[in-house]
Ligand binder design. Structure first.
Ligand code: NAD
Length: 495
């Protein structure tokens, strides 16, 4: 059995107390690897290595030219691409997702690295006319790396969420301490094997696996970490936000969602069903932006739900390696949490149209499978409408007027994503502008692109990932003012 280690200051190391944790394949419940369970001491060592590399190495990563950093990142992307099969299989075994979706993640990760390798060579900063009263002067800005970045990721897109942070952070010249979710560390370890072989100086990238309350807290509380970028639940995000106040860290938070998918009666029904499937059952519904609240015009509700249920009922569940329609949920405890939400929603009046139970047929007997679930008759205060379930569960609510639809869509503490389906262009634009969310779609659901920003309003987070905005999150802006006539007395002296 594989034993995978932490990577600290250029060395692969066991945890300081030698403890390992089990990594489990959720399709079978089997242990597939043992991973070094990093301690607070390991996290501190990693932070100090990243700090030394950033602040003391005169030939360090941040002093490499942007061109050099870009070239190194491009080689890393090439290497990742060459190991596409290995990475995709590892992701499926660790997370459960169907293999074709894991291939999609690897391809996206390669594309993200290439994007940021290019983006860092684009012009940034600005020039300002500032001569008012002070004589001839000129101000301009440059972008500099923030420093030591603590990057903490969830389990739903282990490789991709990691690369989404690592690529811009490293392109910008930062050093990094990375903590993946303990549910799914394996693709990250493999990615660090590629980073370890690159020309990055020791200490530039550090990997510490382990618990959130130990390693994760040590990173977010450390006064030696300059920025934390976190993707995960809103509850943990809130505690990280509080901890980051210690040294007023820069912070990026990509948190949970409970996103509305608003469907009007004039929508293309086949298209709306197709995208709604993608919106809530892709990646087992373990997607932050999932369209988990379908808000549909009353007159087409019955037909829509019938078609959606037909599709959902036909979905084949199985081991992700065999490319079923849907794989298992990530862990036993997560499966139990999802089933618990379904039970509570039923008690509160929801009607199960399809699914709603653990699936144990055939090869699924020992895995953590939940049938795709549609809950009808949901009032706006039903637990399944209010809480992020993060599984293959969608609620159905109806509206009669556009105003009612918008009100329902916005009746949530989250603001990550949302969509509207209609053939009326003016209405599409009107409604999408009213939805209080950072990522929105018209007549489609869930496509994401590295070229376009990603992030939430309200309790779904702060800051943006992907796109050029995602790169800027990992930079500080320095303003430089030049006196163009050094002999000139300042305005102050003249007075
Ligand atoms: P989680 O919050 O439980 O854990 C995320 C990471 O934080 C893990 O690595 C975990 O070990 C670590 N952690 C836990 N407690 C910590 C603490 N006190 N201090 C520091 N780190 C700590 O989330 P999860 O269950 O892994 O992932 C699911 C959540 O992630 C969902 O809420 C989902 O919406 C969210 N998510 C958001 C986005 C987005 O782009 N907005 C993307 C993917 C997932």
């Amino acid at each position: 059995m594989d034993r995978v280690l932490n990577y600290i200051d250029g060395n692969w190391t066991e945890a300081s107390d030698g403890v390992f944790f089990d990594v489990i394949n959720p399709a079978s419940g089997e242990i597939v690897a043992k991973a070094a369970k990093g301690t607070v001491d390991d996290a501190k060592r990693a932070i100090m290595a990243a700090k030394r590399e950033f602040y003391e190495n005169k030939n360090g990563w941040r002093r490499f030219s942007a061109v050099k950093r870009s070239e190194i990142l491009l080689k890393i992307a090439d290497k990742l691409e060459s190991l596409r099969d290995e990475f995709a299989r590892t992701e499926t075994i660790d997370n459960g997702k169907p293999l074709r979706e894991a291939y999609g993640d690897v391809d996206d990760a390669v594309s993200y690295i290439r994007y940021y390798a290019g983006a860092i060579r684009m012009p940034s900063g600005a020039s300002y006319e500032v001569n008012d009263g002070f004589g001839p002067m000129h101000s301009y800005t440059i972008k500099e790396p923030v420093g030591v970045c603590g990057l903490i990721t969830p389990w739903n897109y282990p490789l991709l969420m990691g690369v989404q942070k690592l690529a811009p952070a490293l392109a910008a010249g930062n050093t990094v301490v990375f903590k993946p979710s303990s549910e799914t560390p394996l693709s990250t370890v493999k990615f660090f094997e590629i980073l370890a072989e690159s020309e990055m100086p020791a200490g530039t990238v550090n990997l510490v696996m382990g618990g959130g309350s130990t390693v994760g807290s040590a990173i977010s509380e450390s006064p030696d970490v300059d920025m934390v970028s976190f993707t995960g639940s809103t509850e943990v995000g809130q505690s990280i936000y509080r901890a980051a106040a210690v040294n007023v860290k820069k912070i990026g938070l990509e948190l949970g969602g409970k996103s509305p998918n608003v469907i009007f009666a004039d929508a293309d029904l086949d298209g709306a069903v197709e995208w709604a499937m993608m919106g809530v059952f892709f990646n087992q519904g373990e997607v932050c932006s999932a369209g988990s609240r379908i808000i549909i015009e009353e007159s087409i509700k019955d037909e829509f739900v019938k078609r959606l249920a037909d599709r959902a009922d036909k979905m084949v569940l199985g081991n992700g390696l065999e490319n079923p329609d849907m794989g298992p949920l990530v862990s036993k405890s997560h499966m139990e949490k999802v089933l618990g939400f379904i039970e509570k929603a039923k008690e509160e009046g929801a009607k199960v149209v399809c699914g709603g139970y653990r699936y144990t047929e055939g090869q699924c007997a020992k895995g953590y499978f939940v049938r795709p679930t549609i809950l009808d008759n949901c009032s706006n205060d039903n637990i399944a409408v209010k809480k992020e379930i993060f599984g293959p569960v969608v609620t159905i609510q109806t509206f009669k007027t556009e105003e009612e639809a918008v009100k329902m869509a916005n009746d949530t503490e989250y603001g990550l994503a949302g969509a509207v389906f209609t053939k009326d262009g003016a209405r599409a634009l009107r409604v999408i502008k009213e939805i209080r969310a950072g990522i929105t779609w018209v007549n489609c659901y869930n496509p994401a692109f590295v070229e376009a920003p990603w992030g939430g309003y309200k309790k779904s987070g702060t800051g943006r990932e992907l796109s050029f905005e995602g790169l800027e999150e990992y930079t500080e802006t320095k303003q430089i003012t030049i006196n163009l006539n050094p002999g000139e007395l300042s305005w102050y002296k003249k007075r």
